[in-house]
Design a protein around this ligand. Sequence first.
Ligand code: TEU
Ligand code: CA
Length: 566
Amino acid sequence: MYQIYPHSFKDSNGDGIGDLPGALSKLDYLQNLGVDVVWFSPLYVSPLKDMGYDIADYYEINPLYGSMDDWQKVCDGLHERGMRLMMDLVVNHCSSENDLFKDSVARKNGKDDWFIWRDAKKDKDGTRCPPNNWGSAFSGSAWEWSDERRQYYLHMFEQTQPDFNWENVDVRTEVHKIMKFWMDKGCDGFRMDVINMISKTPGLPDAPSQNPGDFVGPGQLVFNGPHVHEYLHELNKEVYAKYDPVINVGECPAVTPDAGLKYVARAREELKMIFQFEHTDIDLGPGGKFTPKSWKLTDFKEIMNKWQHVMQDGDGWNSLYLENHDQPRSISRYADDSPEFRDVSARGLAVFHVSLAGTPYIYQGQELGMTNRKEWPLRDCRDVETINYYEDTIEKRSRKTGKTRDEIDMSDVIDQFQKKSRDNARTPMHWNAEKYAGFSTSEPWIPMMNDYEEYNAANQVDKSGSHYEWFKAMLKFRKDNQTLIYGMFESVDQENEKIYAFTRTDKDRKLLIVCNFTSTKVKWTLPKDLSSSRLKLLISSYKDTTEASTTLSLEPRESRIYDLTK
Ligand code: TEU
Ligand code: CA
């Protein structure tokens, strides 16, 4: 799977914003890489408060990206090349500019009950306040007052992203209709945004809170709610089951492996895959993603290995992602983006990524070895989550200390933006070494990385030893070695803090994958139960290794695959 973030992929008309004709011109690039399915982040009409995850019209393409005709050309172009198209479906919420919401505000056209409306509460002084203490994912209360309707509506994300009331069967029927509309045109399935948030805890009770008066994330009060499986089973029956074959993946923050399996276990007929968040929440600090938390390799292994086991034991299937449009770049987060180790990190991670059980998802630029930007001063930030967090934090600090904005030290926050901001993934794709990296002929909507002259597609496609060619080779290796697709996963030496090793076994072969997750050389001795096997080296992310003994000397960030059978 390959994810395109349309705003930043390829601009065709020089307005600094990626678009569908741009994407159309790059389909050969994707086919050549070995991609089977392309997932587009939202393309629909949107005011772009949350970059298209706020949909104003589910049945039209955003004119910034082109026309329905352009969409059809991309869809057909993918099919002609043997690839499929996965759209992004954002139906936990829409944009407040959507007519569905406007009608609901006005209590018109039977839409009264399509969103989650509640009367105000009154505090001690009789001042109007929100119905509960839930905080939105993008700072502040999760409730917004409508003067017109004289009620609050729930928005788990930005205030212009009202949550649908899925308990209303008309809402669910409308979602089915939207899906069929696109699938009838040739779309092959959907990545379903925060789909485990569609059923909220009845009564919408307050979340437990240390500081009364603060807004707090409601956690399990909004995730994996009492009706979520019923709604997804119904959706499967009404839509997916009528089209064959289909693809889908549900985005599910805050799921444990056991809860996650319930969405994808084959017999339950809900979804094919989910995106879980445990490995991306690994560095989530006590105050949320912009507060730091250190982690050890064994923490990472524990998470990844748990998911591997739960899915294979429970007849489910994993999605495998290390980065996406919401996450920092994987080299910067899980490996080492310093000049010396960046390239070996990219190569080593690619081997790791394709060797786990599940479907690998590549995010645009990952195949070129793109990293986080080195700094994100506030003026460069574009993401609503990032900007709101800054404003919320500076305001809280100012209230607490009585200092003015200029006097407040925000360097810790700016430092965290460099590590975690979603803008890291959203810098324009690097196509060549020309100005604006061949992404556009005019200044892009978001600052470029400054390393594009070296890290770009023109430098890499068909250039032996490049990241693109390495990724391509790894995807091919995976397809040529079915053991990596269907083989059973087993962890090896799980307590090791430097080496991530595991085996994949089917009836014909046993493969051993060994990844050095440090930037130093590491010697690793095979555990006893494996040491009697004969090792045949199949892959090393370094050029000249031939080593095949029971004690291995791994180079910094090196990954290898051995055949243990022959
Ligand atoms: O993301 C859901 C989600 O959990 C993220 O918002 C997460 O809280 C945040 O990105 C962590 O930094 C999906 C989309 O992928 C995201 O782009 C949207 O902003 C969000 O839903 C709302 O639609
Ligand atoms: Ca454009």
